[in-house]
Design a protein around this ligand. Structure first.
Ligand code: ADP
Ligand code: MG
Length: 347
């Protein structure tokens, strides 16, 4: 259906309650721990004796996303994924989410339904119940706040503070793709602003575009860890770039780390895009963020358990705090990683 044929219903036609009803009426509760979801003053949850983890993220139009090139369905999906990823980074299983939105009058009922299509799809995929939220108006643009709730046995919880000297530093998947996907979208958006009739050149970059627009949380790793009988000594999800995440682990664990440039896993497309933009791809991995992979440490005694796992790469090890948090460059030189990330000009 062409854009101009699409039905556009002003939100005022439904009112707040009508909109909430439309957005939530298809919800089917999946988890036993959800006693009461949407529809009362509060949701009611029952977790027996397990520990509860809670996390919140706030996404604001113009700051965290640009609706010029981010479809609302993808945005809804991603807003759930980023929270699920935080729960998973505690080695906990996500169970429930609440979603609160502030919407301006430029959004129609159909637009918000698209956002919720993405939200419902992610809830389905990750097995979480949408149990409530809040809906309000905003003067400008869209704001989405998601809170996720998960459970874990106390002994399984992985904090940022548990890394020990000699532990192996590991990552899942590959890094830098989401950032290079964003660079590509930004580039094509600039072209579009000048010449709206030119078709965007996105061919051949499906992987990095997917990494940016439809990231997935590594919920699969919960099973991998439990099957391999591994408990990460520390763990964090990579939302801001490897550099700042390893700094968080080191600071909170009171240790240092050495990360080897040549070990950092990157996809071919990430490298190809970086080359096209005259960038060092390692900068995307270190400072780019939004990959939602897991960065974790394990005791060296567990080396054999993960050595041949296709989704896990050992990128370095933990050392004493005095040694710093270092990137060992391919040539052998050592560079202190900074919380903002690594400045390639120092090389
Ligand atoms: P209250 O006046 O108590 O805040 P609301 O009318 O805002 O209640 O919400 C009614 C029900 O709908 C509650 O269960 C609330 O959690 C849920 N809800 C409200 N907005 C949303 C939303 N955007 N997404 C999902 N659930 C929502
Ligand atoms: Mg309310």
């Amino acid at each position: 259906m062409a854009d101009n044929e699409r039905k556009v219903t002003p939100i005022s036609d439904l009112g707040e309650f009508g909109l909430i009803e439309k957005l939530t009426n298809k919800i089917k509760i999946k988890n036993q721990s959800t006693l009461k979801g949407v529809g009362d003053d509060a949701a009611v949850l029952d977790f027996n004796s397990q520990k509860i983890v809670v996390t919140t993220d706030l996404l604001t139009e113009g700051v965290h996303f640009n609706l010029m090139y981010v479809p609302l369905k993808h945005l809804g999906y991603k807003s759930i994924v980023v929270n699920v990823s935080d729960v998973v980074a505690m080695n906990a299983t996500p169970k429930q989410v609440t979603v609160s939105i502030a919407i301006s009058s430029k959004f129609s009922v159909e637009a918000i339904e698209e956002l919720y299509d993405g939200i419902h799809l992610a809830c389905e995929k990750y097995g979480v119940d949408l149990i409530g939220g809040d809906t309000t108006s905003s003067l400008n643009g869209l704001t989405i706040s998601v809170t996720a709730i998960g459970i874990a046995n106390e002994a399984d919880l992985a904090y940022r503070s548990g890394a020990q000297k000699n532990d192996l530093v590991c990552v899942t998947g590959d890094l830098g793709g989401a950032y290079m996907g964003l660079q590509l979208l930004e580039r094509e958006n600039e072209v579009y602003k000048v010449s709206p009739t030119i078709q965007p050149k996105l061919d051949g970059y499906d992987y990095i575009l997917g990494r940016q627009l439809k990231p997935e949380a590594r919920i699969d790793m919960l099973k991998v860890f439990s099957d391999l009988k591994i408990k990460p000594s520390s763990m964090i999800d990579i939302s801001d770039g490897l550099s700042s995440e390893i700094k968080h682990i080191c600071k909170q664990s009171g240790v240092g780390a050495k990360i080897y440039e040549e070990k950092i896993p990157m996809d071919q497309e990430t490298k190809r895009m970086a080359e096209e933009l005259n960038m060092n791809p390692i900068v995307a991995a270190l400072n780019g963020g939004e990959d939602y992979e897991l960065l974790f440490t394990i005791p060296i005694a567990d080396h054999d358990k993960i050595r041949n796992h296709p989704d896990i790469t050992i990128i370095g090890h933990i050392c004493d705090a005095q040694e710093g948090t270092l990137l060992v460059a391919t040539g052998g030189s050592e560079i202190e990683l900074t919380a903002q990330g690594w400045n390639p000009l120092q090389k």
